[in-house]
Design a binder for this molecule. Structure first.
Ligand SMILES: [Zn+2]
Length: 472
């Protein structure tokens, strides 16, 4: 029996899908205006592990992850998603490229990185700007039912019309979001500072918007209701269109609980009159050296930084597997180095198993325990520990191999893939230098080089009768 922690009820619940053995799963994807840092990549990996677990447990999963290419404003950083500049426009100015080119550039970068981390492709990856019509339909419904109202600056959702507004966050509304409505939008007709924008007209702060669409909404300041959608509206519209009015899982980072997901619930449930999401999953953040990741301190690392230090991206995935999705995880280069050594040891053991010619059977006792770990709120660290126990356990190599292969469907560590972990060119140079040093009998130099390779590049060298080799 699968148990999941539901943010909505703040408890561990038995999972009951809407339709037997079928699971609908929406994951909030990136705003494609910048290269995603490894904190965001952790979130993507965690969702991938949950999705793979659900499939492993026998479900037919439809997984949707969107791209936001309009409407996500910078004010979100200070807890006010209705203020600030559109992130896509900011990137357009920074790089002197139009928003569509920016979106394409960063979607490509994101997909290269997720694929390097062995994150499976979603079944659908909707791009927000292609769902303007569905968003407008949703907003029209909300106006018609009396949940939303138009001013000359925007169309707003009226929070007081939705009594369950704080159910997900458990926040006290009056204490939250002070000052909202006094930001860039500065709209005297906004009824309450808690109301949030569903549609911004191309006026005021958004007068020079680079992307905008006509709409059926009216403002005396623009023609044809031209403007841009609110960020939250996007996810409600795309989830509704691709997965239906009620879905099983919706996931995102914990930072989305108080505003983004709260607003999604308000919109979707008011428009459709049914529950939007049965199980809300939220992952905790990645810390860097025990602190919040920070661009200004240079700790917002991206995958390229990891590769430049000589680590294969799969090592980062292995590192992520060591913490539960609801726990913070602390990233340090030393910890990644540790993950690297563990991964290489594991891979070496699995490589040796592959010498067997026999056909093996999955070790049922281990499989049962693996299933139990997954069913316990997707306890991946426990599942990984079990894999380690398995490779050390005294059973036939062929059976071990069959079981490792089965577990790797969830863990995604490419354990049976015999390709060598990529080595960076500087490390390669040192490896060659060491080979020469050994030929010349310079043992001190050879030892120093071996230590340097391990410390600086996480490359482990082993000396065999046939010469040195990289432990993979
Ligand atoms: Zn979202």
């Amino acid at each position: 029996m699968l148990k999941v922690y539901n943010t909505l009820t703040k408890s561990l619940e038995e999972f009951k899908p809407l339709t037997e053995k079928k699971v609908s799963f929406y994951h909030c994807g990136p705003t494609v205006y910048w290269v995603q840092h490894i904190g965001n990549l952790r979130g993507m990996t965690l969702a991938d592990l949950i999705r793979r677990s659900l499939v492993y447990l026998g479900n037919d999963v439809t997984f949707v992850r969107n791209y936001t290419d309009v409407g996500h404003l910078t004010g979100d950083n200070i807890g006010d998603a209705d203020s600030g500049e559109d992130r896509m426009e900011k990137a357009s100015k920074r790089e002197n490229l139009d928003p569509q080119t920016i979106a394409k550039k960063y979607i490509d970068s994101f997909e290269a990185h997720t694929s390097a981390l062995n994150i499976l492709e979603p079944d659908h990856k909707p791009v927000a700007s292609k769902y303007i019509e569905q968003m407008q339909e949703l907003i029209k419904k909300l106006i018609k039912e009396g949940f939303a109202y138009e001013t000359d600056k925007a169309v707003y959702f009226e929070v007081s019309k939705f009594p369950k507004y704080t159910e997900l966050s458990g926040q006290v509304l009056e204490k939250n979001r002070a000052g909202e409505g006094k930001g860039d939008v500065n709209d005297p007709d906004k009824k309450s500072p808690h109301d949030f924008a569903l549609w911004f007209f191309r006026t005021g702060a958004h007068k020079n918007a680079l992307q905008y669409w006509p709409s059926p909404f009216s403002s005396s300041e623009v023609e044809n209701g031209e403007g841009i959608p609110g960020w939250h509206t996007e996810c409600s519209a795309m989830a509704g269109e691709l997965l239906g009015e009620t879905i099983d899982f919706h996931m995102g980072g914990v930072e989305h609980i108080s505003i983004h997901h709260t607003n999604e619930i308000a919109q979707s449930e008011s428009a459709n009159g049914v529950k939007f999401v049965n199980y809300w999953l939220h992952n905790e953040h990645l810390l860097i050296d025990g602190k919040k990741m920070s661009k200004s301190e240079g700790t917002a690392y991206i995958l390229d930084d990891v590769i430049e230090k000589g680590f294969d991206p799969i090592i980062l995935r292995y590192f992520f597997l060591n913490a539960h999705y609801r726990s913070k995880q602390n990233f340090t280069w030393e910890a990644l180095q540790g993950a690297n050594l563990s991964y290489k040891r594991l891979k070496k053991q699995v490589n040796q198993l592959q010498n067997t010619k026999e056909k093996g059977e999955i070790a049922q006792l281990y499989k049962e325990r693996f299933v139990r770990a997954l069913e316990n709120d997707f306890n991946i660290p426990e599942a990984l520990a079990l894999l380690w126990e398995l490779v050390k356990y005294e059973i036939k190599d062929a059976d071990k191999l069959a079981t490792v292969k089965d577990f790797d469907r969830v863990l995604g560590l490419n354990l049976l893939d015999n390709a060598k972990v990529e080595i960076n060119p500087e490390a390669q140079e040192l490896i060659e230098k060491r080979q020469l040093a050994r030929k010349l009998g310079n043992w001190t130099e050879s030892d120093e080089l071996r230590d340097r390779l391990k410390e600086e590049y996480a490359v482990v060298i082993e000396d065999t009768p046939e010469g040195q080799r990289v432990v993979n």
